[in-house]
Design a protein around this ligand. Sequence first.
Ligand SMILES: [Zn+2]
Length: 702
Amino acid sequence: MKSLYNENDALAFIKKYADHPRDLALRVYTSHLLGSNSSLVLHGGGNTSVKLKQKNILGEEDDVIFVKGSGQDLAVIEPEGFTGLNLNSLVKLRRLESITDADMENQLKIHRISAWSPDPSVEALLHAFIPHKYIDHTHADGILILTNQTNGETLISEALGPNVVVLPYIRSGFPLAKVAAEGFEKNPDIDAIVILSHGIFTFAEDARSAYENMIEYVSRAETFIEDRLRGKPVGRRRTGLSSPKTFSSELARCAQVIRGACARPNSGGRPCRYYVEARTAQDLVEASLTEEARLLCNSGVLTPDHAIRTKNRMAYIEHIPEKDEDLKQVVDHAIDAFKEAYQRYFHTCANKIEIDPNELNPFPFLFFVAGLGLIAIGGTRKEARIAADIGERTIRAKLRSITMGSYVPIPEPHVFDMEYWSLQQKKLDRSPPLSLQGQVALITGGGGAIGFGIADRLLAAGAVVVISDIDRNRLQKVYDILTDKYIQSQIEQVIFDVTDYQAVEDAFSEVSRKLGGIDILVPNAGVAHVAKIENLEPEKLDQVMAVNFKGTFTVIRASIPIFKRQGTGGNIVVISSKNVFDPGAAFGAYSASKAGAHQLAKIAALELAEIGVRVNMVNPDAVFGDENVCSKLWEEVGPERMKSRGLDAEGLKEYYCQRSLLKVQVFAEHVGNAVVFFASDLTPTTGAALPVDAGNPSTFSR
Ligand SMILES: [Zn+2]
């Protein structure tokens, strides 16, 4: 590991943050250096601080400590992500024997120099009690591989040398701050403190030295580990076990089953479905096939800070049966065993403490699947990615640790303390989920006006949306507009031809590997052609039928095995047409193909009710799109219609508007709202058609 400190970059930070103290700008710079190294910190792990003098509103100079805000990501933190606190007030707290969580939280609130700054890191008092100007703290893998051994203390001293104090594990917050300060005072010339099963603190009077101390000591640990591992095979391959030959489709199948098995009814404001994040690097797959795989899953986190993101253990799926029913059983069994162990852990640890915490979701967040790798789940894609990132590094570190000698996890009560510590739980996003959060929606014809409108409304309702089309350019345009408006990770695009069943299956498999499955399917792809029957070329009819009718069939058919494996029901909303009820002359191919799709949707409603999948239809009329995303259908048929009615484009819109009962224009987002209504399960409805056409007596249901 090399120092990436560069004087020019440091100056650039000072210039960029000229409105802030120079020392804080440098603090931001080296925090970015630490945060961008994933073997040092991951997702809000680790913390940093700087002490400086700053004038208050009266012009008096105060001693101020800036500490990283709790949960802030060091890789991208800005000066505002640090909380300025009155240093002397915090230092005085050391006189206390102990302090309650509530009192500590209160102290960290009332001694801020700005009421608008975030809650500071739970390690804020440690940063205050150690006198050095710059303090850096990470949960570096290399350090944890050594501390989490039977003779961790000896190994770490041997690897890092005499200028490091090693302390036993003690809970973060006030107890750790006191012990660390005492350790420092007994050895004031040290460069670093290592807390067993937790991580390392380095310090210095300048930003560069504190950072470079971190790099130096973590490098020493890494080199020491490499020396010990040289020539030793990492993990023993289990006989008779290998990766499946059809890796991609098996991964998709497992993801669907796991995702379904973890879904549960809404409780405590949490979403009922989860997103999947799979990790399949070759070494992870190899690790999943070793004799040690089970131990890797059951042996606990590297540092208790990870428990809120990953739980203490992972579930292990030992083999992947061919039949879906058998696979479900294997997954359910693994989940049951995990839940049982989790509940035992919860009750044992909760009985030892005075407060009575509510048990958290007992399901696993990480599944290690023999031959496939790691599958993480999360209520948001971000949560799933964080769990996967930590899980991936944990597996690698533990395997090295076991190969070196042993992996000694921290006792469960310590993990429990951190997992259930209110200040840790506050790091998690607890905002109430949107109505479709946790769900995956796939829309065909996503490059068109209606597809865009549907995607927009489903995104606003919290779903992750996959837009698909055969036209790459049109799809990219819609993708760009949507990613400008919504979080990029909420949107995926996939290109395939709805008339090609194999292409549809492959695309659905890809979506499942990325997200875990599909909950809302919106067959929307459509083409139009204007011709009287006597002039309708048979090949043209085939083309229109292929997209509008067969294209509805292919996606519905390919979704059925996914719905079945998930076992959580779902919604299919077919974008039908006003023409199904009220056909137009010279529009036979379109109207008949849409009528076929509409009828097929009704059949699907009959057949899929038993697996909880509702199938409904939305029947729009005269949706033109806007200047950003125009309707391809109207581009094709509009000129003919305009010609036959002697109108221009605007005139045509007005014509359709005036033709309706309500005399209003129909927009793509109205169609999207209808889809969201059906997808939200607000009424027990299946096999129904909802006109979105501003009112037309010919389409009244009968
Ligand atoms: Zn820590």
